[in-house]
Design a protein around this ligand. Structure first.
Ligand SMILES: *Cc1c(COP(=O)(O)O)cnc(C)c1O
Length: 326
């Protein structure tokens, strides 16, 4: 489905869909496939690269000189934004939370390599700090462009409307009918786009978001409101309400970004069975949820599940100790 919105090319698209036969056999459940959005290819890739194709186009159209966004110290979104800004010849300021770690590693190392300026928010609200940075840039004569956390607004989520159509066309070409599509959800833009894309394409399977940070109802309202704005932005007459969304919030563990035994086990399984690298914060948790659903008999052997890999592998290096502890 062609989407009529300005876009700059940043990713290698379409990303491949691959079978995971050894993992499927090990889990004794459904046929498993993976959509490789970890291979979008911008400074190690991930789902934000797709969103940034539309966000950067908007920034350039508005004659922005500096892109500003916020995230955690190991934010994949911040890293991809910094790399996208470099590609587009824009300055980038990242407002990261809370404080600088002893050594820059993983995403933070890449932020530095691609030339982003980093402002630590400490205990302050990152949005307030972003506004301050924007004011500083304005006084210096550089027009700022603010991207919300995760790039999750209508412009960013538009990329996942297109991505859903891309995946469904690939599945059709492979002759595969996916009963479910499972992925990790944080700030909600990916889910909003996938939900609008699924609805507009007439997909009848289940789109299953695994929340990595927030309780179901809270995330559902966020996703529904982004979905409404996204549908309007791309001119689709589609409505997705909070009750239309499937969100699993049973896998929050000790909280956002805290690696527990289920994530560690899921990351090892994917790596050992398929040579597939997941990430400690998002896809490790989503895979842990999938493993648990299969073990509990919720997803049976007669089904086909597409696991949407949203990237984040650069963060693995910042979690080396936790990943290798017994
Ligand atoms: C940001 C991110 C997500 C979640 O996407 P949202 O649009 O924020 O919900 C999932 N996986 C990875 C690796 C991410 O970096």
């Amino acid at each position: 489905m062609p989407i009529d919105a300005p876009r700059v090319r940043l990713g290698h698209l379409p990303t491949p869909i691959q079978e995971l036969p050894r993992l499927a056999r090990r889990l004794g459940g459904p046929r498993l496939l993976v959509k490789r959005d970890d291979l979008t290819g911008l400074a190690t890739g991930g789902n934000k690269t797709r969103k940034l194709e539309y966000l950067m186009a908007d920034a350039l159209q508005q004659d922005a000189r500096t892109v500003i966004t916020a995230g955690a110290a190991q934010s994949n979104h911040a890293r991809q934004t910094a790399a996208a800004a470099a590609r587009c010849g824009l300055r980038c300021v990242l407002v990261l939370s809370p404080r600088a770690p002893a050594a820059p590693n993983g995403n933070l190392l890449i932020d530095r390599l691609v030339g982003a300026r980093i402002r630590w928010s400490g205990d302050r609200d990152p949005y307030t700090v972003m506004q301050e940075v924007a004011e500083e840039e304005r006084s210096a004569g550089r027009r700022p462009y603010l991207i919300p956390v995760g790039g999750s607004n209508a412009i960013g989520a538009t990329a996942y409307v297109a991505a859903m159509h891309e995946a469904l066309e690939q599945l059709a070409a492979l002759g595969v009918e996916a009963d479910r599509i499972v992925f990790a959800s944080g700030s909600g833009g990916t889910h909003a786009g996938l939900a609008v894309g699924a609805r507009s394409a007439g997909y009848t399977g289940e789109v299953v978001a695994v929340s990595v940070a927030r309780p179901r109802d809270e995330l559902a309202h966020t996703v529904a409101s982004i979905a409404e704005l996204t549908a309007a932005f791309v001119g689709l007459d589609v409505r997705v309400g909070p009750d239309d969304l499937t969100i699993l919030d049973d896998y929050l563990g000790e909280g956002y970004g805290i690696l527990g035994p289920p994530e560690r086990e899921a990351i090892r399984l994917a790596a050992e069975c398929e040579g597939l690298l997941l990430d400690p914060v998002y896809t490790g948790r989503a895979m842990a949820a999938l493993v648990d659903r299969i073990a509990g008999g919720d997803y049976g052997p007669e089904e086909t599940v597409l696991f949407w890999h949203t990237g984040g592998t650069a963060a693995l290096f910042a979690y080396a100790t936790e990943l290798l502890s017994p």
